[in-house]
Each structure stands twice: as C-alpha cells, then as structure tokens.
Design a protein around this ligand. Sequence first.
Ligand code: PCA
Length: 204
Amino acid sequence: MTNILLTGFEPFLDYKLNPTMQIVENLDGEKIEDYHIIGRILSVDFQQSAEQLKRHIEEIEPQIIISLGLAGGRYKLTPERIAINVKDGEPDNNGYTPVDESIQEEGADAYLTNLPIRQMVNRLQAEGYPAEISNTAGTYLCNNIMYEGLVYAQQHEGVRAGFIHIPASFELAIQHGKIPGWHIRDLIAAVKLCIEETIRAGNH
Ligand code: PCA
C-alpha cells in the first residue's frame, strides 16, 4: 500500500465553511488500486499549518501529497503550477498578517509542481468538468502549504506534491451570496479524478 496525503483547510476570512474539509473527509480512507488516501485538515495559520503538514508527512510517509484550498470566486477546478517563496496578504485565523515575507529565508524563489496537472485538466474536461491550470496560488495559506509540500518533494526522491484550488460548493455560494459554486458531489468526483490521474502518471 502506498499512502496519499490529501489535505484541506478549515474555514477562513468571511467563508463560514470550507468545502475542502468535506472533500477530504469524504475521500479519507478510500483506496484506489494499491493507493490509500489519508485525509487531514490544516489550520488557516501560517505557522501551525506548516508544522501540521510536516507532522502528517512524518506519520503517513506519503508518496503523493495533494493539498486542496478554496478559491472563492473561481468557477473552474484549477490545479496549480507554481508556489512562490512569499507570504503576504490577509490575516490568517489567528490574526497574523505577513507583509512581503519569505516562507523559507534561504529557500528557492519558487517551485513547480511535479503532479501531472496537464493530464488532470485534460481528464476533467473530458469528463465534463470546467478546469484549467492556474499559474498563481496567490501568497496566502494555500501558496504557503504548496511551497512546503514541494520543498519536501524536492528532498525526497519519488515524492510528488502539489495543490488544487477549488471553487465554492453550492452551500457556501448561497451563504456568501457573490461567488459561483459547484455541487459538493461534483467537487469530490473531480478531485478523485485528479488523484486517479496522478496514480496513472506514476505507473508509466
Ligand atoms: N484557501 C485559502 C487558504 C485556505 C483555503 O482554503 C488560499 O487560497 O490561500
């Protein structure tokens, strides 16, 4: 059995729920071929989330790390291409508001994902889901956790890591009032297709 670490985030800013939690809880424990999906929820806290990710990686020893984040306002599923060494933006859930900070002082400026993001998008579109590669994960928590995952992948031969931003669920879109949404069932199915493509790419 090979482990896949799938992470989501808790609610943040004016989003009262985070559909990535529902997706992760739904797929936690699922097996695809001889891969085992293990789901974990991360805090929207710059310091804590990085430490939590490291702890989960130590415990689970995943070959694949896929992190999910909500991108309220996007209407497509967007696998991310790149994480940059920058922390900046809105306050996290504990009020910390970095301005132009580095994630890792001595770290590379950026890392490209080694997940098969083109295949993911092609597969999603073939199955009828709106999807495209995103060239920025922003500078908030999602970029932060993607960067940390890619640092680990860089240091561990054979590990693949990356990040997928998802649109709101209908439930959140209705609560929020100004963002598009998908049915949670479709969000779950689409993320599962991305995981399948990652497994498939690794089997070649
Ligand atoms: N999305 C935010 C942080 C948590 C989440 O789900 C982001 O895009 O950075």
